[in-house]
Design a protein around this ligand. Structure first.
Ligand code: ADP
Ligand code: MG
Length: 150
């Protein structure tokens, strides 16, 4: 099952992210795929806002991981620069803790990801329009998508 949503403005992207955020539980894993400029970081910023995180959330591209405190803690990863790395960066502790994890370019660490997760793909259609595709892996995320898109 997958869920598609057409988005016409950055404001709609932010609204979708905030609607998702209020439904998130401890330990939830979200992966974000999409070309540069698709809106992965923009989406993440609004998830953070919806989690009650007041600190500014920036792209973590040069640090790979940033962590924030909110209603739930947030791990924000951008693994774009890990493409050719075989390092063990201790993902297990990160992904199996209480924080929500959001991973930009997650396919680059596919083998380190928990099997159950919500995969979100963002396709840039034009300057402001996007197509979001939500693909739940596992019961928890199927339920989450049903709530979100009911
Ligand atoms: P990524 O992290 O995928 O590289 P960013 O979120 O950093 O992308 O950048 C997305 C850019 O596209 C931002 O400049 C944002 O203002 C712009 N934008 C325009 N319309 C949208 C939209 N509907 N959703 C998300 N971003 C949008
Ligand atoms: Mg980004």
């Amino acid at each position: 099952m997958k869920y598609e949503r057409m988005i016409n403005s950055e404001q709609e992207t932010k609204a979708l992210a905030e609607q998702l955020a209020v439904r998130l539980h401890a330990g939830d894993i979200l992966t974000l795929e999409g070309d540069l400029g698709a809106g992965k970081t923009t989406f993440t910023k609004s998830v953070a806002k919806g989690l009650g995180i007041t600190r500014n959330v920036n792209s973590p591209t040069f640090t790979i991981l940033k962590q924030y405190e909110g209603r739930l803690p947030l791990n924000h990863l951008d693994v774009y620069r890990l493409a050719d790395s075989d390092e063990d960066l201790g993902w297990d502790e990160l992904f199996y803790g209480d924080a929500v994890s959001i991973i930009e370019w997650a396919h680059l660490i596919e083998e380190d990801l928990p099997a159950e997760r919500l995969a979100i793909q963002i396709l840039r259609l034009d300057e402001n329009a996007r197509k979001f595709t939500f693909m739940p892996f596992g019961k928890r995320y199927e339920q989450l998508c049903e709530e979100l898109f009911e």
